[in-house]
Design a protein around this ligand. Structure first.
Ligand code: UDP
Ligand code: MG
Length: 139
């Protein structure tokens, strides 16, 4: 069953470069409602769990280092067709392949440091949202 929520993180590189406001503006202008949001920092154990699906990949160690090096903005977003539409808004994983006007094209530096996360399925959106937020932090 499709839901209308997705989960995002503005990753440490985006926060370090001062892009929180510009990225949130683009997300709002694209019709997403913020259901939950916070500035937080993942521990190594958090990042290993969150990205557990990638644990056998060669980039896993670097990914955990990157995602834990500073604060992130975690958020749950609501819109019709949220998961697919948000993936379209952020663009391809590698910013070199991302379409013009997408968040990764505008704000990402590289395949590894690509500014923003977006859930890839309704099931993962629910798991990832619940990883970062309790029920009373969701509106
Ligand atoms: N990543 C990386 N090297 C790769 C593929 C991915 O460093 O070859 C990082 C990148 O930060 C990416 C994250 O691992 O966003 C998760 O990878 P995934 O394939 O799930 O991409 P996404 O769903 O974020 O587009
Ligand atoms: Mg992914």
């Amino acid at each position: 069953m499709a839901t209308n929520r997705t989960f995002t993180m503005l990753k440490p590189d985006a926060v370090e470069k001062g892009h929180i406001g510009a990225i949130l503006e683009k997300i709002s202008a694209s019709g997403f409602r913020i259901v939950a949001m916070k500035l937080t920092r993942m521990t190594k154990a958090d990042a290993q769990t969150f990205y557990g699906i990638h644990k056998e990949r060669p980039f896993f160690g670097e990914l955990v280092e990157y995602m834990t090096r500073g604060p992130i903005v975690a958020a749950i977003l609501e819109k019709d067709n949220a998961v697919e539409d948000f993936r379209t808004l952020i663009g391809a994983t590698n910013p070199a392949d991302a379409a013009e006007g997408t968040i990764r094209k505008m704000f990402a530096a590289s395949l590894g440091e690509n500014a923003v996360h977006g859930s890839d399925s309704d099931e993962n959106a629910a798991i990832e949202g619940a990883f970062h937020f309790s029920g009373r932090e969701m509106f």
